[in-house]
Design a protein around this ligand. Sequence first.
Ligand code: HEC
Length: 139
Amino acid sequence: MQRIYITFVVVFLCIAGASAQSSNKLVAASAARGKTVYLQRCMVCHQADGGGVPKLNAPLDGSTAVNGSDVPKLIKYIVKGFADRVEIDGELYSNAMPAAADLTDQQIADVLTFIRSNWSNKAGPVTSLQVKQTRSKLK
Ligand code: HEC
């Protein structure tokens, strides 16, 4: 009886381990695709190191919002653009971020997953379902 129990626990741990590993792989693949979107659409302003340009373009590396839990706000910035000229972590930025509404839900999820996990940022991934749901409320 005890042997059956131990076998069960071992099998369970193997399955749990394998599924955690495959979800890590999915996140890594999303971030890798997001890097391509970033290089094509964001780097010109936010720079390769995510440091932005002082007084012009907000930094993404170390940003409170980028690392924060208000993911719908981040999705809105991409879909609608962002030129509110409000203080971001105590600084003002004079440039205007254009909307990138032509990006697919998956591309937006990928680029946000990338910026939230790259440089010194360590926030969790964004899924295409989150983008889809937020986007439908923005229209
Ligand atoms: C033309 C320059 C430009 C481009 C291109 C651009 N941004 Fe921005 N971004 C800005 C500016 C300027 C701000 C700050 C706007 C403000 O203060 O009103 C900003 C703000 C942000 C913020 C909010 C940061 C914070 O800490 O609140 C995020 C997130 C962001 N951009 C992500 C992106 C992503 C992802 C892309 C590519 C899909 C992108 N941006 C493309 C200029 C740009």
